[in-house]
Design a protein around this ligand. Sequence first.
Ligand SMILES: Cc1ncc(COP(=O)(O)O)c(C=O)c1O
Length: 445
Amino acid sequence: MTDSSLLTQLELPGPKSRAAFDAEAAHLAPGTQSVALFSRLCIDRGEGAVLIDADGNRYTDLLAGVGVASLGYAHPKYVAAMSAQLARSHVGSFTTANRAALVKLIADLAPGDLNRTQLYSSGAEAVEAAVRLAKSHTGKTEVIGFWGGFHGKTGGVLPLLSGSFKHGLGPLMPGMYASPYAAVGRGPFGDDAATCTQRTLDFLRQKIALETTNDVAAIIVEPIQGTAGNIIPTPGFLAGLRALATELGALLIADEMITGFGRTGRMFAVEHDGLVPDILLCGKGFGGGFPMSGIIIRESVAFAKPWANPSGSSSSYGGNPLAAAAARVTIETILEEGLVEHSRALGAKLQAELASWQDELAIIRGVRGRGMMIGFDLVRPGTAKLLDKAACRWIFDTLLARGVLAMIYNPEVRINPPLVITEEQAMAALATMRDVLREAQDRAG
Ligand SMILES: Cc1ncc(COP(=O)(O)O)c(C=O)c1O
């Protein structure tokens, strides 16, 4: 086994990255993603699952722009399709051959009878569009989200999240609620999967009965919670939500921005539970990095007005020629290159590798995941207490200096590499991570 501490440790950021970062920082408003602020790298380019900074340093990317770069960087098919489209037209809502092919492809791949797609530019925008459609279809007004859920930062979705994203930003849009998510060891309902599912669903029913005006238009849920730390729900929870939504005459919206299009080893994560939502949301990896999102809808729901009126569900950039080309080539490449199967097979190996460290490394606990959406917790060795942020930051910095970029600056670690990462690249990155975690454990000691 390689001991990565004996390998080169970069001095980061390098001089060119530092100069570019500092020049930008003089005028860039605050609030950029943590990974960019912590690393202070100026990225010059990428190749597959490798990023290369302005100083020529190379990093294996276990982050993929938070699940966005599904095809990695500079994929030849992506570059060719985007370049060809850019040379023809890039603006407007007229039909293009790419968009016609894209919506057909999505209808063929989507679960059950979801067969109508509308396209947007950001995740939050698609979530808001889905909520508007749910209100149009049901004639009802209230929406339920979940603790630990994340659906973006715009005003219409903030009340659905729990936690600090909405602190200080009130008053929030009324009629929106957040209830616990059923996951073992998280939330208020215990460590036993079966009772956790039942108690969480019972609580939700009570919440609806006691707190809402009994006018629920939609329940929105991530089939695996990404931002919370790649958290898998307990068995039966999603099915319980499906049944509850139907009973209430509400729509079930599955937010698959991260989980969709192969990330979890299935085309869509709801397939793990045999679930068909009424609306499925996609974004992030959907366009392979082009700012693009979509909402995939049942035929019987899609025509509700005013959402379905001409210009009722549209936006300036949604599904424009370049966006449609991006999503089409991304999905076709995922299919052609068997990336869903690759995500499932390699993801299982990576998860097994991480799980095998738990005996030796008391700093890691709770390895979990599906496909290439993997999580674990960093804890103070010998306790159940999450590792403090300073220690996590040391791990992030040290790992980066040894050529691996990962979302390990929080104790709820998320591993979501580009779907094109090779086994060799991924296993080498994990070997380096293991060495760094061993050193972190000794330091925490
Ligand atoms: C599940 C989920 N939904 C929605 C969003 C919001 O997407 P965007 O940042 O494109 O608005 C995110 C972003 O992280 C997400 O993870």
